[in-house]
Design a protein around this ligand. Structure first.
Ligand code: NCD
Length: 307
């Protein structure tokens, strides 16, 4: 693994190696990258992903270089590639990028000597979010084979849905989508079911926000959305006793989920955020380790995990 861009080509072994490393980080975080710089280039708003990358990097002993689009030379016409190469030349040893373009990575692919992590690519992929979602499921169920995972909401515009669909299929889970008309995605070969069916049969219900900012035309009417397609109290009561609720957040309370369910017993929404730190620590460590940048003890631990 040289970069971390997509879950599409990730093997089950690589996914498990990330999850096990994240668990090791949770149980015994180590400061292993002392004095090294990580650059976080966020071209889209972010609360959780950006902060958890910063915390992950700092827990690993790295120094973080922040980036503000509005005060950067990109306002003078500098390209993403030239900006990324600038951070590399100045001494960044890791680049974390979130960008509105689905394929921003193509501009950098094979042209950088430092690892690149995709922290969200338009409607394309969000692979680190997928890994933290998987870690949350793994902690709950211990395996993925034949687990029924329903992803519900604005599938069509969601990079989270795409990255999770690829990875969950690789791990042998049964994935289905529940989406309002216009929010379906037929490109992924995943069955669509109604929201009621999804709530009845799932072990994991992964909810998604309506991604208004990615809609090509005027904003979607949300008035009856909650009753028609959201997780209402009545639908939550239909769920199996052991079933859990995930959501990458930000949550729009009262739209895709009743506000009383955001922190209910089955909700793992804040657990996901906590797991985001350990998952990102794991991914950073594995990438740097493969480039020969690492702490000796940790290198040994990674080898043990990989075998
Ligand atoms: C998601 C994203 O940005 O794609 N959020 C996140 O990273 N935690 C989902 C969303 O914005 O709805």
């Amino acid at each position: 693994m040289r970069d971390f861009i997509s879950t599409r080509e990730l093997s089950a072994a690589s996914i498990y190696s990330i999850l096990e490393t994240a668990e090791a980080m949770r149980n015994k975080p180590e400061s292993i990258q002392s004095g090294r710089f990580a650059a976080n280039l966020f071209f889209e708003p972010s609360t959780r992903t950006k902060t958890s990358f910063q915390v992950a990097e700092q827990k690993l002993g790295m120094k973080t270089l922040d980036f503000q689009m509005e005060s950067s030379s990109m306002t003078k016409g500098e390209s993403l590639y030239d900006t990324a190469r600038t951070y590399e030349a100045i001494g960044a040893e890791l680049l974390v990028v979130r960008h509105a373009c689905d394929h921003w990575y193509d501009e950098l692919a094979g042209r950088m000597s430092i690892p690149i992590i995709n922290a969200g690519a338009g409607k394309g992929e969000h692979p680190t979010q997928s890994m933290l979602d998987l870690l949350t499921i793994y902690q709950e169920f211990g395996s993925f084979g034949n687990l029924n995972v329903a992803i519900a909401g604005d599938i069509k515009h969601s990079r989270v849905a795409r990255s999770n669909a690829y990875a969950l299929k690789t791990l042998g889970a049964n994935v289905c989508f529940a989406a309002a008309p216009g929010f379906e995605d037929d490109s992924l070969d995943i069955p669509h079911v109604s929201m009621d069916e999804a709530c009845d049969m799932c072990d994991v219900l992964m909810l998604l926000r309506i991604q208004h900012e990615r809609h090509a035309s005027a904003s979607y009417r949300t008035k009856s959305y909650h009753a028609d397609y959201g997780l209402t109290i009545a639908r939550e009561r239909q769920m199996q006793d052991h079933a859990v609720i995930l959501h990458p957040a930000p949550v729009n309370r009262g739209v895709e989920i009743d506000t009383r369910l955001v922190e209910c017993n089955r909700s793992r929404i804040f657990k996901q955020m906590e797991n985001g730190v350990y998952t990102r620590m794991a991914i950073i460590s594995i990438l740097l380790n493969e480039r020969g940048v690492n702490h000796e003890n940790f290198t040994e631990k990674c080898k043990t995990i990989a075998t």
